[in-house]
Structures are given as C-alpha cells and as structure tokens.
Design a protein around this ligand. Structure first.
Ligand code: COI
Length: 374
C-alpha cells in the first residue's frame, strides 16, 4: 500500500518534502503480484512518478509524487523537435530483511548534471536527484520485487518542454522519475549474447554528445541495433568514428575484454563513450582482486585475432540494466568468431556475482556504494 497521504519527507538534507497525490486507482495487490512474478525489462510501470519543474527565472520548484500518467505536452515542445532530453538508470534492490537500497546514486546524480551541462539543460542539484529516488521508492516500495536478481528499475529523465520551435535552450524543463519492476535485460536471462560489430553507422563523434546520457545517442544507435538483429546478434558494438578501427561501446552498455594472462582492458572514456557507473565499479572490484585493468584503446583487428588464437579469453558487456552480460560471439564484415568457447567466461561470471552480492546486501560493501532508500 502507498502511504495514505501527506508529503513524502526524505532523508536528503536541504530538499523540500515531495507533495504526494496518491494514485486514485492503484493496481490491486493481486494485480501487482502478477506483474512482479516474472518481470520483463521495461514493460510494466509502478503506480506513481516523481516530478520537479524548472522555469527560467524561478529555478527548480514543485517537488511532487503523482500518479503515473501520460504527459501533456505541446506539439511545439522543444524536446519533440530538438531532442533536449537526458536520462539515467538505477535500480532498487530488496535486501533479505526487506530494506530497500540503491547503488551509487550520487554517481548517477553527478553524471546527470554533466549530461545536462552538455545538452544546455539546467543542472538538477545532486540532492534533489537522490531525494526524488527516495520519495518515489517510499510511495511505491511494494513495487520492488523480491525474486532473485529482480529489482525496481528507476528511470530519471529530463525534457525540454517549452512550446517554442526556435533553436535555443528551453526556458521550461520537466524532471521526472518513473519506476519499472525488472528481471534480466536480455530475454534469455544471463545467457551469453552475440555481438555485431557495426561499420556502417557510428554512435558518437569527437566533440559530440557521446559521453552524455541523452536520447539522441540511443537514436543514433538504433540502425546499428537493427543491423545486429539482422545478423542474428542481440547487441551492436560501435567503433570510433574517425578510423573505424577501435571499439567503443555497445548500443547501451560498456564493454570489457579479459585476456588469457588474466589482465583486463576496457576502452577509455575520452568523450565519445558513456562513463558507466557499473563500468567504474567493475574496474574497482577487479583492481581490488589485484588484477591489472587498463583503460586503453582496443583495436578491433587485435580483438578478433585474439578471440581466434585464444589470447582473448572473455568479453563482457556491462551497465545498470545489463549488469554483467557475457559475450559468446563477435561477428562483423568478414569475421564471425566465438569467444570463451561460445560460453560464459569465469571472470565475467565471478565479477557479476560479486557485484550483485554487494547490491543485494549478500556481501560487505567495502566502498560504501549501497545507499538505503527505505
Ligand atoms: C542502463 O543500463 O541503465 C541504461 O540506461 C542502458 C539502457 C537500457 C539504455
């Protein structure tokens, strides 16, 4: 049940309480239980959403949690024409005692502010970002599933709502958080996936928006994703747009390579690649194990040759949604090679286990990454 009424106070200092309008027709407990039984990724949404409005001159105002509903938007809204939009992704994990935690929310808050700066949108203070996650989780705590490896995926986003089709930063912006109970990002669970290496299109270019978490980057990746499906692959891997010789990132995930000698590499985040929170957490966890992890350009030709001769032992994708997903096959123009003998690599699965054990409270949290919401 949602709290009956009254503002939602959060533990975040300096942020006003969120005015709360309970959903007048929330899903019944039986309906909710059915939705939580085996959640697919991003299909079902909880009963509420958090919102904060920004106006030029007034700044951020009207912190509120309201029923989940369609948005009313002018057809002239800036976002619909010039794509003034950014988003984030985090999860709420139910621990064994029923408490609800998220993971490194201030890292997402900081990245959200960096994305806003790049897209000439107003920066939401980190405290307001984290408080909005807490307020929505308080309202929809019962939407956090409890089956193994399930969670409530939070999707904070910001859009330029001013009804003006001149080209300049919007004077009105809406920040919203929606929540979706989820299981695995990929239909097959943690089963290894095949990757299509895309040469026809690029996701990002130097000086562009590749490091920002903005919808346009994902729009630019859709054709590559379609090409991946056409070649029997679940995901697309993009190359640098200048030489098309080094690997960058997948359609919505970072990528790691594990070598036979135990060292690990991932492309550096030098402006065209998203600075993944999962990516940086994995780098830390692997370094904690004493492994050598380099953030270094990785040549496609060397990756393919290494997969063929066995010097590349494992490849994995990672992100909040995908967690850590093993790659079993790399395909592209002129090559199609299995990785990790077409299975899931050992290091891949052990770092996945360690990360999720921390997130679900099954292991100590030495870096203080988990953050209690409820
Ligand atoms: C995430 O991993 O949370 C993402 O935002 C990636 C994707 C689902 C777009």
């Amino acid at each position: 049940m949602s709290p009956a009424s009254g503002p939602l106070e959060t533990a975040v200092k300096g942020v006003p309480p969120f005015a709360f309008t309970p959903n007048p027709s929330p899903r019944t407990p039986a309906e909710r239980a059915a939705e939580l039984a085996d959640p697919a990724f991003g299909v079902v949404y909880s009963d509420h959403m958090a919102r904060i409005t920004w106006d030029e001159g007034q700044g951020w105002h009207d912190h509120r949690v309201v029923p989940f509903a369609n948005l009313e938007l002018s057809p002239a809204a800036s976002v619909l024409h010039y794509a003034g939009e950014i988003f984030e992704g985090l999860k709420v994990y139910r621990h064994a005692d029923g408490s609800l935690f998220t993971f490194r929310p201030y890292a997402n808050a900081a990245r959200f502010a960096r994305s806003a700066r790049r897209m000439a949108l107003p920066e939401l203070p980190e405290a307001d970002f984290v408080a909005s996650l807490q307020a929505l989780t308080q309202a929809d705590a019962e939407w956090v599933p409890s089956a193994p490896e399930t969670s409530l995926y939070l999707r904070p986003f910001m859009l330029a709502t001013e009804p003006f089709i001149g080209v300049r930063p919007s004077h009105r912006v809406e920040y919203i958080v929606i929540a979706s109970p989820v299981g695995s990002y990929f239909k097959g669970g943690v089963a290894p996936v095949s990757i299509w290496v895309e040469k026809e299109t690029h996701r990002a270019g130097v000086g562009g928006t590749g490091a920002a978490k903005t919808g346009g980057n994902y729009a630019a990746a859709m054709l590559g994703q379609e090409n991946a499906y056409a070649h029997g692959c679940e995901q697309v891997l993009f190359l640098d747009s200048v030489t098309s010789t080094t690997i960058e990132e997948l359609g919505g995930m970072n990528v790691f390579v594990v070598y036979k000698d135990g060292s690990v590499a991932t492309p550096p985040t030098s402006g065209t690649i998203l600075e993944g929170v999962t990516r940086s957490s994995i780098i830390q966890l692997l370094r904690d194990r004493g492994l050598k992890v380099s953030e270094t350009p990785i040549k496609l030709a060397e990756l393919v040759a290494g997969a063929k001769d066995g010097s590349v032992a494992e490849v994995f994708a990672c992100g909040t949604a995908a967690v850590v997903t093993p790659v079993k096959r790399l395909a592209g123009e002129g090559f199609d090679v299995p990785v990790a003998d077409g299975g899931a690599g050992e290091l891949t699965m052990s770092v996945r286990q360690e990360l999720t054990d921390i997130q679900y409270g099954r292991l100590p949290d030495p870096h203080e990454w988990t953050y209690r919401l409820v």
